[in-house]
Design a protein. Structure first.
Length: 85
C-alpha cells in the first residue's frame, strides 16, 4: 500500500469520525489542527485504522507519533511487512 493510498484511507476515517466531508489531511496534520481531536476520538481513529488496514498497533508504536505522516509511515511499514501483531 502506498503513502497516497493510506493518506486517502485515513482522510475517509477522519471525515467519518469528525463528521466533516471537507476535512483534508496532509502528512503534517496534527491533533492541534483539528478542534475535536481529543483522546476519545484518537482511540476511534486508531481502532478504525486497525480495521481498515488490517493491522494492530502497540501502545509504544503510537505514543510517539507526532503527525499524520508518521502514522501513515507506521501503517505503510505494517502493511508492507505483513506484521499485523
Amino acid at each position: 500500500m502506498t503513502e497516497p493510498q493510506i493518506l486517502e484511507g485515513l482522510t475517509e476515517i477522519f471525515r467519518e469520525i469528525f463528521d466533516d466531508d471537507s476535512l483534508k489531511l496532509t502528512m503534517d496534520t496534527t491533533a492541534d489542527d483539528i478542534d475535536q481531536w481529543d483522546s476519545f476520538n484518537h482511540i476511534n481513529i486508531l481502532v478504525a485504522a486497525e480495521t481498515r488496514f488490517g493491522v494492530k498497533f502497540k501502545t509504544a508504536e503510537i505514543e510517539g507519533l507526532k503527525n499524520v505522516g508518521e502514522f501513515v509511515h507506521l501503517i505503510e511499514k505494517k502493511t508492507a511487512s505483513g506484521a499485523a501483531a
